[in-house]
Design a protein around this ligand. Sequence first.
Ligand SMILES: NC(=O)c1ccc[n+]([C@@H]2O[C@H](COP(=O)([O-])OP(=O)(O)OC[C@H]3O[C@@H](n4cnc5c(N)ncnc54)[C@H](OP(=O)(O)O)[C@@H]3O)[C@@H](O)[C@H]2O)c1
Length: 265
Amino acid sequence: MENPVTDTLKPAPATPLQPRRRAILIGAAQGIGAALAKKLADEGYTLALVDRNPERLNKVCVDINANGQSAVPYQHDVTDYESVPATLCRIVADLGGLDLFVYVAGVIHFPALDEYNFEQDHKMVEVNLLGAMAWISQVAPMFQNAKRGQIVGVSSVAGDRGRIGNPGYNTSKAGLTTYLEALRNRLTRHGVNVITIKPGMVKTEMLTLPGAPRPMFAVTPEQAANEIARAIRKRKQVTYVSGLWRWIMLVIRHIPSVIFRRMSF
Ligand SMILES: NC(=O)c1ccc[n+]([C@@H]2O[C@H](COP(=O)([O-])OP(=O)(O)OC[C@H]3O[C@@H](n4cnc5c(N)ncnc54)[C@H](OP(=O)(O)O)[C@@H]3O)[C@@H](O)[C@H]2O)c1
């Protein structure tokens, strides 16, 4: 949590004449999270950016603050579940409230088709699913009591079906998708908007890892950020990024198991 470079930095305060929406982004040091942080800063949000790598996180904040916008870094590893309540309290006190919570953090390991790797599967479930649950289970009651707020989780098209390529990643994202759907069903009646983002392929470091598939209909992190920001503005429920994946996955989801298990997709 200590950050010698930016510990003196505080978020720009809201005033009656200049109300500011306040957002927390988890996993904002690079890729989709960093691009979304810049986009939300452009839209006037005051940001608390959370990630485990302080150097990269500081750089994103310095870039945003250099534009006269407001972002403060908080170093945190999402697998440190016990520290989530205190970290959230500190951030909400610093921001003076909270309007939007976004969970983007994620990891992936691309296994070979004959590889069954519990250590890697464990990491993916810890970061992609349990980290999200640790944070959102603290944010949800806050928003439920306030009868307002938005929760966004970045899941994946990979959660829509169990495919031969990556059972562990598929499972972590299917779990996140279901968790978000359940929370949406709980919280919509309390005025809270829960959005599931399902990217197809986005040109980030993730797609450069060993074993990564050839990019297909891949968009830039900035394009992904624009579509996520639009989903937030429009208070959507489920958004595929890019929109083309909505149609691809509509077909994929309806392929009968008896055929799907013979496919290499
Ligand atoms: N890129 C794609 O094609 C694609 C497609 C579908 C879904 N997604 C999802 O989109 C999200 C963002 O992915 P991305 O492509 O932007 O990946 P990325 O560039 O690797 O960014 C992921 C961020 O999450 C952070 N993170 C990972 N583990 C963490 C931990 N234990 N504690 C705190 N922060 C942690 C990473 O920090 P480190 O750099 O320190 O690891 C990184 O800053 C992920 O949930 C991913 O599964 C991506």
